[in-house]
Design a protein around this ligand. Structure first.
Ligand code: SAH
Length: 348
């Protein structure tokens, strides 16, 4: 594994700086994670050390494409890694908050048919350095736009709970070094039960999002194949334990697919599931984004609204998520680095 600039944690960095005065570690750490500077730019550190750091600790991400949409409010980055694999990151600027959506793996092994990353298959896990760098770059970009990045969601490419150790080290870095609150960090999982248990034991109370999409095992087996290994009962138990341990917000992601999981019976089934497990979950509804390998379309807006209203009338908290970055293939489930880069014009 290559060591890159954002790989070492604070103790490992201390070891790298052996022989330097003790305050050097604070200077370099603050330079990297508070000022968000490149080593060459950490001006209170001697030039020779800056040069040494820059040459011994190369960055992990080479920018292939940086594309902006939604009037400048969505930025998608396509990165190339040392081995040629490619991953994507999406920065989203809202009036009241700035959020970055990061990738945890190159590709994904979960094979959800409606997801572009799932269609492309698995390449490898990302390292902690590769995950952290995505956030540092986005935070730096946000700062240049006079905004402060405060939220990280693991909703880019990959299944974070299949790469739990690296994801957790990254979470600790976001919290301890960059200073992001655990309340503002969200890990989204397809429902890997052992990963949720592991997360329950971890100290920081991050938000858990579960990509549910179906509230019965027959349909969920089809949409989210890993459900065959970890069916809904086991998944809901794991979620309940997480909630009990953390008192944090739990959300369910539900991509609305026309005539597949958007009927009144689906909403009722979901409400029953939440009731049965006493899960005060918040449901995020999003009409399915089109991807090349899945013929079915997303639910039309009226159906989305009906589905939401029905859930709410059944006592389930639900909101419709606005679709960001559709025109630059940066919307949920559209991240697929293997795809040729297509330049599109924005719809009028
Ligand atoms: N592997 C993790 C995180 C990445 S995906 C997970 O599954 O939770 C982030 C969200 O986008 C998931 O809820 C996923 O199911 C959803 N998604 C995937 N493809 C989509 C599509 N085409 N349209 C809308 N949402 C999609």
């Amino acid at each position: 594994m290559t060591t890159t600039l954002y790989t070492p944690d604070r103790d490992e960095f201390a070891a790298l700086l052996e022989g330097e005065p003790r305050y050097r570690l604070d200077q370099v750490w603050a330079g990297l994670y508070t000022q968000l500077a490149a080593p060459e730019q950490i001006s209170n550190v001697p030039k020779a050390l800056r040069e040494r750091l820059a040459s011994e600790l190369p960055t992990a991400l080479t920018q292939v494409v940086r594309r902006v949409s939604d009037g400048g409010d969505t930025v998608k980055y396509l990165w190339e890694l040392h081995d040629g694999s490619r991953v994507e990151t999406v920065l989203m600027l809202y009036p009241d908050r700035v959020t970055v959506c990061v990738s945890s793996q190159a590709g994904c092994a979960m094979a959800c048919g409606f997801c572009a990353t799932g269609q492309a298959g698995f390449t490898r896990h990302l390292t902690v350095g590769e995950i952290v760098e995505q956030v540092v770059v986005a935070a730096r970009d946000a700062r240049q736009m006079d905004r402060r990045l405060a939220n990280v969601v693991f909703m880019g490419m990959g299944e974070p709970m299949a790469n739990e150790a690296a994801v957790w080290s990254a979470v600790e870095r976001f919290h301890g070094a960059i200073g992001l609150s655990a309340r503002h960090l969200t890990i989204s999982t397809v429902g890997l039960v052992p990963g949720i248990h592991k997360l329950t034991e971890r100290p920081l109370p991050v938000n858990l999002a579960v990509s549910l999409h179906a509230a019965n095992d027959t349909l969920r087996d089809e949409l989210v194949p890993i459900n065959k290994r970890y069916p809904l009962d086991a998944l809901m138990d794991a979620c309940a334990q997480y909630l009990a341990a953390k008192g944090r917000r739990l959300s369910f992601e539900w991509a609305l697919i026309a005539d597949v999981n958007d009927r009144a019976s689906d909403a009722k089934e979901l409400a029953r599931l939440c009731r049965r497990f006493r899960l005060p979950a918040h449901v995020n509804l999003i009409p399915l984004n089109p991807t090349p390998g899945y013929p079915t379309v997303g639910s039309p807006p009226a159906r989305v609204q009906e589905f939401r209203d029905l859930l709410v009338s059944l006592g389930v908290n639900a909101t419709v998520r606005r679709n960001r970055g559709t025109d630059i293939d940066a919307a949920c489930g559209q991240l697929a680095a293997g795809q040729p880069v297509t330049l599109r014009t924005r719809p009028a």
